[in-house]
Design a protein around this ligand. Structure first.
Ligand code: BG6
Length: 476
């Protein structure tokens, strides 16, 4: 599809992964165990784990049951992978730093030097390929010790340990990294408190979840304040889960539910970009839940605000009071089946126009540059005899989203920094810990048990994306 309007010259085109879904090497070179390393493939509930279960999983040495332990072996293969990724002509790549690689238990004062050299080499390698590293500091993994001994992010000690990790990372890598995201989908603490904040099943209460999220807001603010002093050129983004919300019907009660979901989506931007809680939320947190929120916390939040709003976008959610409507799955949030939308193989409702609606909402409210740091389609790919993967469905998904994004930029005049495809190379799924759910434009020959040749094969989408980038979005 040829278009007349182009994407901006300095647009960041690229892809994104996370350390825990890609690196593997879970117990090599001094890395400590993290919450991601005990995630079983397709387990029924990855989010309600007791300390006993966690300890039992840690003693299980059958790595085949825990795909994130081996990932796609990016830790060892990153040089070849970046060579291949760069052949799509991307100029940005988002990944995260594994906390447990730098600080194996989370409590050390000095970082593990092997991890320092790994990440320096990784970021340098990206730069050598003219690819801007975009680095997340917390992406769904944390040291097990801080979970079983310190109660995860409900604890201020954990906050202190994380700030130490994050500021050390900034000290070590700020010459190579200019785009930072302190927390991946910070709002997700309320949807999956174990994965996002290390809350074991006995700790899962509304109060603890909000306390953990508050502690992450404070940590983020302190990291941003520190990072700006160390490197005034650096950019710090808050990152949320982009969920466009629709009422199932025009019944006011249905719109009320949609409105609540929108407020939930906006909350982290309110705190991290505007620098304060909305009054009603603050009242709920202090009066109803009696959270531990100090004046210093509020000062830190007001000072360490972010300069761009990053978000993931996969789907929209439809909510309503009608009971007879089928429920569909989604990005860790269920909703009603929307008759106007198609679904992915995993039941996520595909909604390109929803991306434009969300961009308008977020920009109207926050007036800072937006950055789409995850967008993609999880699908079951078929490899032909000649090793070709014709993923037209994936091309169509991205094409439709980019058509909307071009309008966001050129018609709505919204500042968009870039567009990163989630899992540009196949990685282990976050929510189901399986390899079968693939997002990549590069196929990794590896199954849920880690079996396969481990070879990488460009899919049809690989060549499509290169044409899009080369034409500045003209040839979608
Ligand atoms: C995002 C996460 O919410 O969704 C990613 O930041 C994740 O880590 C992505 O991989 C897609 O989810 P899943 O469960 O299909 O991998």
């Amino acid at each position: 599809m040829e278009r007349t309007k182009l994407f901006p010259k300095k647009f960041l085109w690229g892809g994104a992964i996370s350390a825990n879904q890609a690196e593997g090497a879970w117990n090599e070179d001094g890395k400590g165990p993290s919450t991601a390393d005990i995630m079983q493939c397709n387990a029924t509930d990855l989010n309600h784990l007791s300390v006993e279960q966690i300890n039992a999983f840690l003693k299980d040495h059958n790595d085949q049951n825990y795909p994130k332990r081996t990932g796609i072996d990016f830790y060892h293969s990153y040089q070849n992978d970046i060579d291949l990724l760069s052949q799509m002509h991307i100029n940005a790549f988002r990944t995260s730093i594994a906390w447990t690689r730098l600080f194996p238990t989370g409590s050390e004062s000095k970082p593990n030097y092997k991890a320092v050299s790994y990440y320096r080499n990784l970021f340098k390698n990206l730069r050598d390929h003219n690819i801007e590293p975009v680095v997340t500091l917390s992406h769904y993994e944390m040291p097990i010790k801080l979970v079983v001994i310190n109660n995860g992010w409900t604890s201020r000690e954990v906050m202190t340990s994380f700030i130490h990790f994050a500021t050390t990372a900034i000290d070590l890598f700020h010459d190579l990294v200019k785009y930072w995201i302190p927390f991946n989908e910070i709002d997700s603490v309320l949807r999956h408190p174990f994965v996002s904040a290390g809350l074991t099943s006995n700790l899962i209460t509304k109060k603890n979840e909000y306390q953990a999220m508050h502690n992450q807001y404070v940590a983020s603010a302190k990291i941003v304040e520190y990072g700006r002093k160390i490197d005034p050129q650096a950019h710090f983004g808050c990152m949320i889960t982009g969920l466009t919300a629709y009422p199932y019907s025009c019944k006011p009660e249905d719109d009320m539910l949609a409105q609540q979901l929108r407020h939930y989506t906006y909350l982290s931007g309110d705190v991290q970009i505007k620098g304060h809680y909305p009054k009603s939320t603050y009242r709920m947190l202090t009066e109803d839940l009696n959270l531990d929120i100090t004046n210093q916390d509020l000062k830190a939040i007001a000072t360490g605000t972010c300069d761009y709003l990053a978000f993931s976008y996969y789907m929209s959610v439809t909510v309503g009071t009608e009971n007879d409507v089928a429920q569909v799955e989604g990005n860790t949030i269920k909703g009603k089946s929307n008759p106007y939308l198609k679904q992915s193989d995993w039941g996520w409702q595909i909604d390109p126009l929803g991306l434009r609606i969300l961009c308008q909402d977020l920009y109207n409210r926050f007036q800072v540059p937006l950055f789409i740091v995850e967008n993609g389609l999880g699908a079951r790919d078929v490899v032909n005899d000649d090793k070709k993967i014709n993923d037209d469905y994936r091309i169509s998904y991205h094409q439709q989203h980019l058509v909307q994004l071009e309008k966001v930029i050129n018609v709505d005049h919204i500042e968009v920094m870039g567009y990163l495809v989630w899992g540009l190379i196949d990685i282990v799924s976050s929510s189901t810990a399986e390899m079968a759910k693939r997002y990549g434009f590069i196929y990794v020959d590896r199954d849920n048990k880690g079996k396969g040749t481990q070879q990488r094969w460009p899919k049809k989408s690989f060549y499509w994306y290169r044409r899009v980038i080369d034409s500045q979005g003209k040839n979608l």
